[in-house]
Design a binder for this molecule. Structure first.
Ligand code: SF4
Length: 508
């Protein structure tokens, strides 16, 4: 059956085929599905990144419906969620990892107040909202005169964009890259960021990159709950509307389109603080896991324990489903009926037939005395919002983007000497990335780090030992794509980097 990869908002098309029982028995860990490539997909022309290829393993990890830790029927969990949320002033959180129709049902339940975690963008001029929500078509990248990549590592984060950039280069396009790790043979100009000056570097890029900017320039960056506003503002300023924000959740573009603004949203850090202070007592998390998404998982776990009600509706088992008072486990994304909207605004049928998740949200809404919506009406609303009559995966609808003023960026500097920098891939967001660090050759040499050994890194009075690999990062950067427990933020100042013989690790 036709499907859309849930790994990020690129919207790659693929086919999923249920395996026969013999195949499942041979290797259950690989799940009950097989992936096949969809060459006719306009988005990815049949190619998939590693996450897409490994999709059966991702889908093998199914959630089960629970109440207070005990497995229950799906309907019972839905009923219990309604009872427990009654009379509570709950916060509803979603990063858009579901269909647009389900997000509309969630919006009804939340009285229109779905929080996306994008609060850091709330001071960006509202006229730029559509440019943040929906990027330029991927096809336009191939026609660009120049491309500026701001903090997007195509090799690690969004490999499918690489093909488009390489085609543009074949047409004579020049590429500038600004980020934490030098991309192999991709850019004509590279500006590596340093933890102490990175915001200042972004603020002053217009002069540095003057030869790349202007007519036919496309700026590519990314956008997610941890993005720094300076990064988004820089991309908007340099791109002047010709911008593509790549997003890591399957339908974050759809969520942003349906919301129309993030001005009232909190940052995830603020949300956790509000829970810690007792100002938020009930939380409904939709197809997301705050524990996996936040760098400091212990802090999140402690905060979640303070909630009077934690309801999680998700099809995937993850740490938050172990803590929730109620888990509603509907069908997985590939089984859902409905559409998602990808980074470029293309509207895509997910390919399934089921609406259990949608109906669950409607039932909880009804239990709370809120308006119910029919699936077909929700679907109509999506089409109206996008401005099309029918879903056509082969065209990108025309979106109206307004001109926006230049966004001011304070050219901050800090006194950080060396920092652990976290870069998110489709695996990182789901805590499925290996724990290793990337160091520059100079750091490896100056610290006497030997091949085959581990590296001890220390921060905030804690230490951890990790395998390493040499990489093209600045000498004051230790890069990670995975969860490193000592990291409490996305840029964590380091107090220690030391060579450690692996046998020392064994003895502990
Ligand atoms: S680029 Fe994104 S949508 Fe495409 S296969 Fe990879 S994770 Fe999936």
């Amino acid at each position: 059956m036709k499907s859309v990869c849930p790994g990020c908002n690129f919207g790659c098309g693929l086919y999923l085929q249920p395996k026969d029982e013999e195949m499942i028995a041979l290797d259950y860990r690989r799940g009950i599905l097989e992936v096949d490539f969809k060459k006719g997909s306009e988005v990815n022309e049949g190619k998939l990144c590693k996450f897409g290829v490994e999709l059966p393993e991702y889908y093998a990890n199914k959630a089960v419906s629970k109440v207070d830790g005990s497995e229950v029927e799906f309907e019972k969990a839905v009923e219990e969620a309604g009872k427990r949320l009654a009379g509570k002033d709950a916060v509803f959180l979603s990063f858009g990892d579901s269909t647009c129709e389900e997000l509309i049902a969630l919006s009804k339940l939340a009285d229109g107040k779905i929080e996306s975690g994008l609060g850091a963008l709330s001071d960006i001029d509202e006229t730029a909202y559509m440019c943040m929500a929906v990027g330029i078509p991927y096809e336009d990248i191939e026609k660009a005169n120049s491309i500026v990549l701001i903090n997007v590592d195509p090799y690690a984060q969004y490999p499918l964009i690489l093909r488009r950039i390489l085609r543009a280069k074949e047409n004579g396009c020049k590429v500038a890259y600004v980020g934490w790790r030098k991309p192999r043979n991709l850019a004509d100009k590279v500006i590596l960021l340093s933890p102490s000056t990175w915001i200042k570097t972004l603020a002053e890029l217009e002069n540095e990159l003057s030869e790349f900017l202007g007519e036919g320039c496309v700026v590519i960056s990314d956008l997610h709950p941890h993005v720094h506003p300076a990064q988004v503002k820089t991309a908007l300023n340099l791109g002047k509307g010709n911008v593509l924000f790549l997003k890591p959740f399957a339908n974050l573009t759809g969520l942003m389109l349906l919301k129309s603004s993030v001005s009232d949203d909190r940052t995830l850090d603020n949300l956790i603080s509000e829970i810690e202070e007792g100002n938020v007592k009930a939380l409904f998390v939709h197809e997301a896991d705050l524990i996996e998404v936040m760098p400091d998982s212990e802090r999140v776990k402690e905060a979640l324990q303070k909630l009077e009600v934690l309801v999680v509706q998700t099809s995937r088992a993850s740490p938050i489903t172990e803590m929730a008072h109620v888990v509603i486990a509907p069908e997985q994304l590939w089984e859902k009926k409905g559409v998602v909207v990808n980074n470029e605004g293309r509207i895509l049928e997910v390919g399934g037939e089921r609406t259990d998740g949608f109906e669950a949200l409607c039932k909880v809404a009804e239990a709370l005395g809120k308006e119910k919506i029919e699936f077909d009406d929700a679907h109509k609303q999506v089409l109206e919002k996008v401005g099309v009559d029918v879903v056509n995966e082969y065209t990108v609808p025309a979106y109206e983007r307004k001109e926006y003023p230049a966004q001011s960026i304070e050219a901050q500097e800090s006194d950080i000497e060396t920092a652990l920098v976290k870069v998110y891939t489709p695996f990182t967001w789901r805590d499925m990335e290996g724990q290793y660090i990337c160091l520059s050759i100079n750091t490896i040499a100056s610290k006497g780090i030997m091949k085959g050994n581990l590296v001890t890194v220390g921060a905030n009075g804690n230490e951890g030992r990790y395998p390493f690999r040499p990489d093209d990062v600045a000498d004051d950067v230790v890069l990670t794509f995975g969860r490193i427990d000592i990291a409490k933020e996305n840029i964590t100042p380091l107090e220690k980097i030391e060579n450690t013989i692996w046998t020392e690790e064994k003895e502990e």
